[in-house]
Design a protein around this ligand. Structure first.
Ligand code: C2E
Ligand code: MG
Ligand code: MG
Length: 730
């Protein structure tokens, strides 16, 4: 029994121990759960408190404890009160605090740390009834400091932007500018802008216009471009819109608006997703247009300047296409206007310029386009049927200007300086303004004007000359290399014997497409291009070689003369090149003559004298070409060491009919004779001229009466061979 009792009590003890162990185990698993719950709740929520309604039991989470310590706050019942119970002071503790916490779920408490950190905690609480009847509250807090700050900043920004929009709206409500936003709602697009702009466009008491309504007011010329701009912007192809658009206002007057609009993805209000400004730039556009117009005017006369004339002229042509054939463009050059300005001051030339401007405008009428296109140049375009009418109109202008210039009060210089010349071209319906202007201007300078006429008209001949000049400019440089240059010779005939005594070498250009080009068309171009010296050197050598060949063939020696250019005289060592030609050809210097003009010689008379003396020392003869056209001065004849005087063909031409020409020729011959010079007359075309020249005492004649300039072989056949045969037969 005793044993049974011992066993029983041992069993009871074991059972007790097992139950203790089981209870302990159960308790520790609850504790572990608890710990995990604490951890979890603190990671989901930042802070945690557990407290009973009477505040006899309090438990603070680790995070909260840390925070409160850092803020110098003791985690105790006062803290709980400070969070949930400040507004229920009188109902201290108990149910009221607990109810309050739960009721005020969402309460926000603030903290301030010693390190200057401040923050907000958002609390949520639940309450549970414990088995002993007490109520336990679980309060879980989330730190919402960053969130609140962000929200606050956003709110502030939003407020600020709205205020700004409001300010701009108010400011622009009475101005000619407004916020401009393009709003899409479903399929409709509308514009929000200032009520003032809306009213101006005919939409009262609103700040909204549908885009279609707006576009229907846009000027015809602008509409396509504007529509395109809007489409590109609205479709997102372009992220900004910039347009200058003329829109019809309620009064019927067009206003120009500059619209600048951007896509703003961060807009606080969807209506401002595409927003910017709209300005009324009518005035500045008008100013710009005015400034543009000013830039096209000549400041002295107020006429169009060259630029303006071209723009207006183009418009005039396009408006008058149907009148082709009856529209004429005239280029006028006031002779010596530039010189007047230099010699007598710009006031005098300005007065004359203005007079021309007024007269041209008055006489050509309202519909004409008149411009001052250069210092001395004017251009006119007007309707006119015939060349004769153009000439008459220009004559009228000439009379007005002449009468004005004869006014006693004006500087005497103007009296003889008021003349002008003109070149004109009729519009054929195909040319544009530049082509037409070029044709008229080329005509003016073509030198094709007939004596006694003011104006020269563009025709096929001038066209050929123009295209010829182009060819000359482009190809003269190559002509020598390509062997296209050739010397022709014109015989010089002794008036006494009728026999050939010499020949002048005259250059010709055998162009592959243009045929024979005369020296007057290419010599000056070669001079301008600086290649004349090469050509002349070549010519000199060629002429000497040719002469030598003739001599070797047994013909009587003749003198070959070559023309010297100004450049050859002054810019090259002409003495050296003559020496070279003589040496290379082996010709006797007495068979070579060099021709120069008086004008050329007078440029630097001392230098010319020295060069000519050197040439004479070589044994070469010198002749003065074209005498009677330049200064024709006795003193120059005295100084220059020349052998022969060539009377210009302009004097010879008139000698039969004009007494004065005959007298001048006589004076020249007498003067030359007195100086022991040989006298040659060039351009002799008739027997009568030759006879008169013989009577006057000329020694040699040269001209078409005997022969035009011809290739060497022709001269040989026509003159050298017959001369040799004559001699033999004598
Ligand atoms: P220039 O030296 O006074 O030559 C005389 C010009 O008058 C030549 O013109 C000749 O063909 C022309 N002539 C001769 N007799 C008559 C006539 O009876 N009636 C008419 N109407 N004309 C006549 P071309 O050959 O056209 O030469 C023109 C000018 O070109 C020459 O005038 C000369 O200054 C220049 N020139 C010609 N060849 C050369 C050259 O090789 N070098 C240079 N530097 N100038 C040259
Ligand atoms: Mg000559
Ligand atoms: Mg001559």
């Amino acid at each position: 029994m005793e044993i049974a009792l011992i066993i029983l009590s041992a069993l009871l003890l074991i059972a007790l121990a097992v139950s203790v162990i089981v209870a302990w185990l159960a308790l520790s698993s609850v504790k572990a759960e608890r710990l995990r719950f604490d951890e979890l709740s603190e990671s989901v929520f930042d802070y945690k408190m557990e407290w009973t309604e009477d505040l006899s039991e309090l438990k603070f989470g680790k995070n909260l404890e840390k925070l409160l310590f850092s803020c110098g706050i003791t985690p105790d019942k006062n803290y709980i009160r400070s969070v949930f119970g400040t507004d229920i002071e009188r109902a201290e503790g108990g149910v009221s605090l607990c109810v309050n916490a739960v009721k005020k779920s969402g309460v926000i408490s603030e903290y301030f740390s010693a390190g200057g950190l401040s923050g907000l905690i958002h609390w949520k609480s639940i309450s549970l009834a414990l088995s002993d009847g007490r109520i336990k509250v679980y309060s879980l807090g989330r730190d919402i400091t960053d969130e609140i700050l962000l929200r606050k900043a956003n709110d502030q920004l939003r407020q600020q932007l709205l205020e700004e929009f409001e300010n701009i709206k108010t400011a622009t409500s009475n101005a000619d500018a407004g916020i401009f936003s393009l709003v899409t709602e479903g399929s409709s697009v509308y514009i929000k802008t200032s009520a003032r702009i809306c009213a101006l466009l005919g939409f009262e008491n609103t700040d909204t216009i549908y885009l279609d309504q707006f576009l229907s007011l846009v000027k015809k010329e602008d509409i396509l471009d504007v529509q395109r701009q809007f489409n590109l912007f609205l479709s997102g192809t372009n992220d900004s819109l910039f347009a200058e658009v003329s829109v019809k206002t309620i009064t019927g007057v067009y206003h120009t608006y500059t619209i600048e609009c951007k896509y703003n993805p961060g807009a606080v209000d969807y209506r401002y997703l595409r927003s910017g400004m709209m300005f009324d730039t009518t005035v500045s556009r008008l100013n710009r247009e005015e400034a543009f117009k000013d830039s096209q005017r000549d400041t002295i006369t107020g006429l169009y300047n060259r630029n303006g004339f071209m723009i207006e002229g183009e418009e005039y042509l396009s408006e008058n296409k149907d009148k082709a054939g009856n529209i004429v463009l005239v280029c006028i050059q006031v002779v010596r206007l530039r010189k007047i300005s230099m010699l007598f001051g710009i006031e005098v030339s300005d007065t004359l310029s203005r007079l021309y401007a007024e007269t041209l405008e008055r006489i050509t009428g309202d519909h004409a386009v008149v411009g001052k296109v250069g210092v001395e140049d004017y251009a006119l375009m007007f309707e006119c049927g015939k060349e004769e009418d153009v000439e008459n109109l220009l004559k009228k202008i000439g009379i007005v200007v002449e009468n004005y210039c004869n006014n006693e009060t004006l500087p005497a210089v103007l009296k003889e300086q008021s003349s002008f010349i003109a070149g004109a071209c009729f519009y054929d319906g195909t040319d544009d303004i530049s082509a037409l202007y070029n044709k008229a201007s080329v005509t003016l300078f073509s030198g094709a004007r007939k004596p006694g006429r003011i104006c020269c008209f563009y025709d096929m001949k001038i066209e050929k000359a123009v295209s010829g000049r182009d060819i000359v400019e482009h190809e003269i440089g190559e002509a020598l290399k390509l062997g296209e240059l050739e010397l022709y010779y014109q015989p010089k005939i002794s008036i006494k014997t009728g026999e050939i005594v010499g020949a002048e070498a005259l250059m010709r250009w055998n162009h592959k497409t243009q045929g024979l080009i005369m020296p007057n068309e290419f010599i000056h171009v070669a001079e301008e291009m600086g290649i004349i010296t090469k050509i002349d050197e070549w010519g000199m050598l060629q002429a000497c070689i040719q002469n030598k060949m003739w001599q070797e063939k047994g013909y009587d020696p003749i003198k070959i003369s070559v023309n010297m250019s100004q450049a050859q005289l002054y810019q090259t060592d002409v003495v050296a090149s003559v020496k070279n030609a003589l040496a290379e050809s082996g010709i006797d210097p007495s068979c070579l003559e060099v021709e120069l003009t008086e004008t050329m010689a007078m440029i630097d008379i001392d230098r010319t004298v020295s060069i000519l003396n050197s040439l004479k020392d070589l044994g070469v003869s010198i002749s003065m070409d074209d005498f009677g056209t330049g200064y024709s001065s006795l003193s120059s004849l005295k100084i220059l060491p020349i052998d022969l005087l060539k009377i210009d063909r302009s004097l010879v031409y008139d000698i039969e009919t004009n007494y004065t020409a005959r007298q001048i020729t006589k004076a020249i011959v007498d003067m030359g004779k007195a100086m022991d010079l040989t006298i040659l007359a060039e351009g002799v075309e008739t027997e009568k001229q030759k006879e008169l020249l013989r009577e006057l005492g000329c020694d040699i004649v040269q001209g078409y009466l005997y022969s035009k300039p011809q290739p060497a072989a022709v001269i040989e056949r026509m003159f050298l061979i017959p001369a040799m045969e004559n001699k033999k037969s004598r």
